[in-house]
Design a protein around this ligand. Structure first.
Ligand SMILES: [Ca+2]
Length: 198
């Protein structure tokens, strides 16, 4: 698809070049000149469309590389980062790669994320989740500011979230089989970035 796009692009450039060369000899015919201008505009538009396709293909290839390095769960790719960072820095790192901090929205997605983290980083690790209650204590929102519907707080041994105003970010714990804990956003934790597959 990529190479075909490049071939078409080269053909169009050749045609555009040819049209430009023909223009002087047909200067006398205003009608034809107008026709050529319209044809050139059309070619320019087609070249722009192809360039847009090439950009999209590059983005898809980048996403495929993320999926290959990480894991694919439903319509998202997840990539674990074992370097420990604060919540904000971790999220900035994810955004720089075109993603956000992982935010499972169903029990099945949470289970698969937990399995991936356990496999990649071991049975005693905590990773940041893309949710927080910074703005309004106890009101947990995702990275877009929307209220979080699916939650998986640990409530059997402890009563999460239990950190009040000092714990406004959340982690998924492999020690607790994928259950969530609230945590101080300043603490440095490993994290997982998620990327939506277009
Ligand atoms: Ca809180």
């Amino acid at each position: 698809m990529h190479y075909r796009g490049v071939r078409v692009l080269l053909c169009l450039l050749f045609l555009a070049h040819h049209s430009f060369q023909e223009t002087p000899s047909k200067k006398k015919s205003g009608k034809k000149e107008g026709g050529n201008t319209a044809a050139i505009e059309e070619l320019k538009k087609q070249v722009e469309d192809i360039m847009q396709d090439v950009r999209l293909l590059k983005e898809q290839q980048a996403l495929q590389r993320v999926c290959l390095k990480g894991t694919k769960i439903d319509d998202k790719c997840f990539l674990a980062v074992s370097t420990k960072k604060s919540y904000h820095v971790a999220n900035e790192d994810c955004m720089a790669m075109g993603g956000t901090l992982s935010t499972p929205v169903t029990g099945d997605e949470n289970d698969q994320l937990y399995e991936y983290v356990r496999r990649r980083m071991g049975p005693e690790v905590q990773v940041w989740l893309g949710i927080n209650d910074m703005v309004s204590e106890g009101h947990w929102v995702d990275m877009s500011g929307s209220s979080v519907r699916y939650k998986n707080w640990e409530t059997e041994i402890t009563r999460q979230p239990d950190g009040g105003r000092t714990h406004n970010c959340a982690v998924l714990s492999t020690t607790a089989n994928g259950k969530w804990f609230d945590e101080s956003c300043k603490v440095e934790k490993a994290f997982v970035c998620e990327f939506n597959i277009v």
